[in-house]
Write a protein that binds this ligand. Sequence first.
Ligand code: NDP
Ligand code: 13P
Length: 339
Amino acid sequence: MTQKNTIAVLGGGSFGTAIANIIAGNGHDTRQWMRNADKAAKCQEARENSFYLPGVPLHENVQVTSDLQAAVQDCEIVFVAIPSSSFREVVRLSAPSLQENCILVSTTKGIEPGGFKFMSNVLHEEVPGARVGVLSGPNFAKEIVANHYTATVVASEQEDVCRTIQQVLHSDTFRVYSSEDVFGVELAGSLKNIYAIVTGMAAAIGVGQNTNSLLITRSLAEMMRFADALGADPMSLIGLAGVGDLILTCSSDLSRNYRVGYMVGQGKPLEQAIADIGQVAEGVNTVKLIKHKADELGVYMPLVSAIHAILFEKCPIPEVIKGLMSGAQTFDVAYSVKN
Ligand SMILES: NC(=O)C1=CN([C@@H]2O[C@H](COP(=O)(O)OP(=O)(O)OC[C@H]3O[C@@H](n4cnc5c(N)ncnc54)[C@H](OP(=O)(O)O)[C@@H]3O)[C@@H](O)[C@H]2O)C=CC1
Ligand SMILES: O=C(CO)COP(=O)(O)O
């Protein structure tokens, strides 16, 4: 029998709601914070987040509130499921009411705009001395709440943080693997969004399975090259947070990033595609940041350059594909366990 905790989830979107339901289902007192008071009241009253996960009952142990300080007060653990663009602002506002020694876990798969900081960096900066973890893996919120068998990864430099989060989230349908490589896991979760846009676009122009397989595999090669250049362990990219999430989001229109790519592939302007999704697609901002970093470091990332050219440089898709197909034919596998 695991200990009963008081746990907050910051974020009223689909993933925050899915995580809150898992925690509550394991018997913990769960508070879900959302910024919009009307939405919070409706969710609390109707026992359903009809805005992001319609038709899914909220577990009775979930209390929804728009009062941030009340949400985090006395919590042993706080999950932060806020888009990267607002993540720092929310953590900063909550900081004064956080219990000393509480565990902070980011579920956000993105990089802060205007710099190159991951959410674990933001948590450490805003709450010095915090015990920090990150959660990432092939985890569509809709499938989690439908109880499809799912696994994820918690990464932390502190082993007891991983163990606690594993206990809090483990259920009959949800498994949590651990990792010490916070940077590798965050990098994986952020990078895969870019390639979900690429494969979504490819699907829209009618490519076959050969092409999809080519794209996913070469995406992984780029991800590993980039991780290596940044001093992360490329091998972390072959776990659930890397390959697992890459396969998931590059193969399904449940992915919002994939859907953005699909719509742009059909000829819709990027801004319109983002508006039509109505939820966060982190990959759009991540493309810009990774392209800039890859250029700075001299890392060869042809797919990142290609999608950047299409989304932000107005390059026609057929021309970009021609460029990709006529590029240098290099080594297939650049890493070996023997090295
Ligand atoms: N959905 C999924 O399947 C998964 C998502 N993730 C990651 O989780 C993170 C959150 O995603 P998800 O829940 O899906 O996102 P959604 O788009 O479903 O929801 C975003 C939520 O963030 C809130 N929000 C936006 N801006 C602010 C702000 N300035 N202050 C406070 N709240 C704000 C929105 O509030 P409002 O409604 O008021 O606009 C909404 O509740 C993302 O980084 C995503 O990559 C990870 C795994 C799976
Ligand atoms: O990360 C996800 C599933 O693991 C969700 O992907 P999207 O953000 O593209 O919807």
